[in-house]
Design a binder for this molecule. Structure first.
Ligand code: IPD
Ligand code: CA
Length: 264
């Protein structure tokens, strides 16, 4: 029998909060860093320590589940549940001591995200969502913004680590920036999606995100009333993640689709 999403959420919250405490309490003065896809795509020993804490917790409580984790990759399971884990979303912020980073943990059942927790340990905020049951921050229900005019919208975005992708992203930005109130680049996609959920920004878009950047925060944004999709009716994914209130979705989507076509 499939586990109750609320039970999966409780485990996600417990582990995200414990990993967040570890990141804050045990952050060394000098972080040991390595690089991944490019010289600017970094991993620290704290990414690995936080991921170990989360995966050990999952294995202890739910040994039959599959896992997809940013630093250690995938592990199969037979239960129909898969955990999608980013131990630090916003690693560059963490490296520089900028307090905008998060631990992101989502639970999928049969390929669908049913529960997600995003812990912002610096602000002691835990964003949560269960599919069909709404989103909350520290237990207070969340609702995305009601802005309907793109010209009045504060839009968050992010950039990948590869130079070629960044060149395209900067070309897209030249179309978006004149059309909106302003742009924000917070540096942690999971927190961008939670900011949409909380109405602290009106919308968020980014190309090239990985499942762990998106899984938990995407559910939080959706459950707070945002549309979270990709290009041309496709699901949100590496191609595009666009999270926006329903009235803003179509104009922003069309602007991004046109800008993406022009930037290729
Ligand atoms: C990154 C952050 C950033 C986004 C990048 C992601 P990481 O995740 O979410 O805001 O723009 O595309 O890769 O590397 O800090 O886990
Ligand atoms: Ca990460």
């Amino acid at each position: 029998m499939a586990p109750a999403p609320s039970d999966l959420l409780a485990l996600a919250v417990r582990l995200a909060e414990a990993a967040g405490d570890l990141l804050v309490d045990q952050r060394p003065d000098r972080l040991q860093i390595g690089t991944k896809t490019t010289p600017t795509d970094v991993v620290t020993e704290m990414d690995r320590a936080a991921e170990r804490l989360v995966l050990d917790g999952i294995r202890a409580e739910r040994p039959g589940d599959a896992v997809l984790a940013e630093e250690s990759g995938g592990e199969a399971g037979g239960s129909g549940v898969r955990w999608v884990v980013d131990p630090i979303d916003g690693t560059v912020n963490y490296l520089y001591g900028i307090p905008d980073f998060a631990v992101s943990i989502a639970a999928e059942v049969d390929g669908q995200v049913v529960a997600g927790a995003v812990r912002d340990p610096s602000k002691r905020l835990t964003y949560t969502a269960v599919a069909g049951a709404g989103a909350a921050c520290n237990g207070t229900p969340l609702r995305c913004s009601a802005v309907t005019d793109l010209a009045q919208a504060l839009v968050a975005t992010g950039f990948g680590y590869a130079a070629a992708r960044r060149a395209k992203q900067s070309r897209v930005l030249t179309s978006v920036l004149p059309a909106v109130r302003d742009i924000r680049r917070i540096g942690a996609a999971a927190l961008d999606l939670c900011a949409v959920a909380a109405g602290r920004v009106d919308a968020f878009y980014e190309r090239g995100l990985s499942p762990w950047d998106l899984a938990a925060g995407g559910l939080v944004a959706r459950e707070a009333g945002a549309r979270v999709e990709g290009l041309h009716g496709r699901g949100a994914g590496a191609d595009l993640v666009l999270a926006a209130p329903p009235a803003l979705f179509a104009p922003l989507h069309d602007l991004l689709a046109a800008a993406a076509a022009d930037s290729d």
